[in-house]
Structures are given as structure tokens and as C-alpha cells.
Design a protein around this ligand. Structure first.
Ligand SMILES: [Zn+2]
Length: 417
């Protein structure tokens, strides 16, 4: 099946060999699941037999957006912690009183795999409505072999039922569970010697992540978990330098991690080391905003040093609960000094690089997967200027219409593919 998209007033291709940031009056040819031609409408090849033409009537188009850091799957709500934080309690105080990650862990351990899928599904639908076509999803609220495998099986089930690409990450080393508090070495053995082999054996993850932080794992512990994951063929990701400087950026560089995430407290040496090692930096302004930390990650320093950036929601039940990745773009513009175009690069090609899929997704270019976000907006600046809402009109995944904004005339059916 061949499809021709016309009437694109502005196309942002974010292509690897980019000659133009913007193509005006663009046309895109899609064959099956892939893009076969992109350029100005005036240069387009003649229409072939059986090609379906769709006029997008002046829309703005970007690659499908990619969120490379999410905790999409969880059970229960921590809404009451929001109120506690409003009353002045800190994240660590709430955790010490039995809230925080461990309260989600208790709920996840009691849930069935089907329940986890049911509760994650509407979150995924909201992500799609913001133009997201690929999503990384972490475990990390099970913290036992069975419960960690259950979370990853839920991610696999969700992946099967939707065309959205879900990249699963094993995060058994999210925190030390209560029952191992007095014997953390035994928990690390469990993660490295039992959980990782079983996760890999079932083919349930492509990456391994760890939370390097005073309240979670040390530098040496994090290194053991990530290098064990690497020996089993998993890419390394790391929650690094979020609340305190733990040399997480340095560790990510040392072991050749795919990405280091958060990085509010990263050192300049760590940032330079990440640049040299080609580690992608994932910016998470929603967490800084929600925790009212005030100190956003130094995104401009990362860019100046030559580090590739991505930008994520980090959706999770504790610190930041929004699927609105464009809103994270607004925060990145206002508080991190990124330009709208830099944000667009971060949520497309930057995120694809973090997932090691930059040859396949994150660009509108010949040979790439036909993942597109189609906007009712004149340009990319509008998405961050007019913030807090979705400007997405339609979402195409692998050449097929995945989502469409309901029209105002009361009809519900949308088909053009
Ligand atoms: Zn996270």
C-alpha cells in the first residue's frame, strides 16, 4: 500500500543528513511501513497506480515523538503524597514514613499482570494523543524476581496490543526493598545472579537501569548491576546525579552507557566524559518542577560540550505524573534555555539515539519507519508557547493512522489509511 501525504505547510524532518531544518509545502511518500520519499511538493515524483493521496490541509508535521524514560506501569495512586508535599514534607521524609517507591511496590506486588496492563493502557493512550509513537518502559516497582518479571510481562502484553513500539528496561535496582534493608549485598546478588539472567532468558528487556543515589545504590553497586546487564547484552541506562552528585555521569561514561538520566547535579568533568563516550543525556524537567527543587539540569552545558540530548516525561506515580511531553518542552525552553527546535530534536532523533534506533525512527527521511505526528499548529514554537494542551491532529505509526483528534461535527470515524 502506497500513501502520499500532501498539503504539509511545514515539515520538520530532523533527518541525519539534514540540509534543511524545515521543508515548506512538503510531500511525503509512504510505502508500507516506511517512508520512500520526502521533499518539497514541487519536486515530488509522479503519482503511481493505486497510490492514495491525502491532503493534510496546511498541517505541520514532525517525526513521531519518542519518550526514552518512563515508568508507565504501576499500581495504586500516591495522590495523598502530593498533599503531603504541599504541606511541606520532603520526598525523602515521605519515603521514610512508608510512602514513596515502597508504597507503589506493595501495590504492584499484589496486582495481576492483567491489572497492570489495564491501568497502564489509558496512560499509553494519552501518550499517543500527544504524538508519541515509541516509548521506553521500565520495571522497578516489583523488587522481587516474580514481581519484576510480572511488570516486564505486562510491558510485553501492552506492546503486543498496540502498534506503538515499547522498549522495555529492567530496573530491579530501583531501590533496596524493605526486607533487604539490613542485607543490601544479598539484594544485589539477587538482582545480578537471578533477576538479570531470568529477564534475559525470557527476552523481556533490552536495557538495564539503576538508581545511583544516596537513598538507593552506590557508585560501585550501580557499576556491578549495569556491567552485569551489559554482559547479558542489555544496554545500560542510569538514574544519575538527580538529588545529589554521585558521579553518575562519570560512571555512565566509564562503562559506555546508552544514556544517563536526570543529571541535575552532574559535574562538568562528568558532562565532558559523557561527550567523549557518546552517552546521551536525558533531561527530566517535570521532576524538578514537580518536586519544586528549583535546580534544573544544565542542558546548555551538555549541548555546549557536544552531548546529545533527549527530553522525557519520566512519568511515574511519585514525582511526575504527566504524559504531556510537549509540556516538558515548555519547561525545557523556560527553565533550561533550550530552543523549540532543540526540544524537537531531543524528543525525536535524540531519543532515538538513546534507544540505539536512530537508523530507524526519529526522522522523517527515506528508509525510516513511517512514524509521524501531524499538528494543528503553524510551527514548532507554537507547541511550547501555547502550553499544557495537545496540538496533535493525527498520529501515524508504521504508515497507518493510529490516532485522530475527534472532529467537532459529532462523527467519530477517521480513516485515511
Ligand atoms: Zn525515572
Amino acid at each position: 500500500m502506497s500513501l502520499r501525504l500532501r498539503g504539509i505547510r511545514k515539515l520538520y524532518p530532523v533527518a541525519p543528513d539534514q540540509h534543511a531544518e524545515i521543508i515548506e509545502d512538503a510531500e511525503i511518500k509512504i510505502d508500507g511501513e516506511h517512508i520512500s520519499w520526502v521533499g518539497p511538493q514541487s519536486d515530488a515524483p509522479p503519482l503511481g497506480d493505486n497510490e492514495q493521496v491525502v491532503d493534510l490541509q496546511g498541517a505541520m508535521v514532525t517525526p513521531g515523538w519518542i519518550d526514552a524514560h518512563t515508568h508507565l506501569i504501576w499500581a495504586g495512586s500516591r495522590q495523598h503524597e502530593f498533599t503531603q508535599r504541599l504541606q511541606g514534607k520532603s520526598y525523602l521524609e515521605i519515603a521514610k514514613a512508608g510512602g514513596g517507591i515502597m508504597s507503589t511496590v506493595r501495590n504492584v506486588r499484589e496486582a495481576t499482570v492483567e491489572q497492570l496492563v489495564t491501568w497502564a493502557r489509558p496512560r499509553l493512550q494519552r501518550f499517543i494523543s500527544y504524538g508519541v509513537t515509541t516509548l521506553e518502559v521500565k520495571s522497578g516497582y516489583g523488587l522481587s524476581t516474580d514481581a519484576e518479571l510480572k511488570m516486564l510481562r505486562a510491558a510485553a502484553l501492552l506492546s503486543k496490543e498496540t502498534p506503538v513500539d515499547i522498549e522495555p528496561t529492567f530496573l530491579g535496582a530501583h531501590t533496596i526493598p524493605t526486607e533487604y534493608k539490613s542485607n543490601r549485598a544479598a539484594y544485589l546478588d539477587l538482582v545480578c545472579e537471578e533477576m538479570i539472567p531470568k529477564v534475559v532468558d525470557e527476552g523481556l528487556a533490552t536495557s538495564c537501569d539503576v538508581f545511583l543515589e544516596e537513598s538507593a545504590f552506590t557508585y560501585e553497586e550501580a557499576k556491578r548491576v549495569l556491567t552485569t546487564g551489559q554482559r547479558y547484552g542489555l544496554h545500560a541506562r542510569i538514574h544519575a546525579d538527580q538529588l545529589s552528585s554521585g558521579r553518575g555521569a562519570e560512571l555512565a561514561a566509564e562503562i559506555g552507557a546508552a544514556s544517563a538520566d536526570h543529571l541535575e547535579e552532574a559535574s562538568l568533568e562528568g558532562i565532558k566524559a559523557m561527550a567523549d563516550a557518546g552517552v546521551v543525556a536525558c533531561m527530566i524537567p517535570g521532576s524538578t518542577f514537580s518536586l519544586r527543587q528549583g535546580k534544573y539540569a544544565p542542558a546548555r552545558t551538555f549541548l555546549d560540550e557536544g552531548v546529545t540530548l533527549t527530553l522525557s516525561t519520566d512519568i511515574n506515580p511519585g514525582t511526575t505524573t504527566s504524559e504531556n511531553i510537549a509540556l516538558m518542552g515548555t519547561l525545557a525552553c523556560l527553565h533550561m534555555g533550550l530552543s523549540p527546535l532543540e526540544v524537537l530534536h531531543a524528543v525525536t532523533r535524540g531519543a532515538a539515539t538513546s534507544l540505539k534506533k536512530q537508523q530507524h525512527i526519529g526522522s522523517v527521511a527515506k528508509g525510516f519507519q513511517a512514524d509521524l505526528a501531524i499538528f494543528d499548529a503553524p510551527d514548532v514554537e507554537t507547541l511550547f508557547y501555547h502550553y499544557g494542551v495537545s496540538h496533535v491532529r493525527q498520529v501515524i505509526k508504521r504508515g497507518t493512522l493510529l490516532w485522530s483528534k475527534p472532529p467537532l461535527d459529532g462523527t467519530t470515524q477517521h480513516t485515511f489509511v
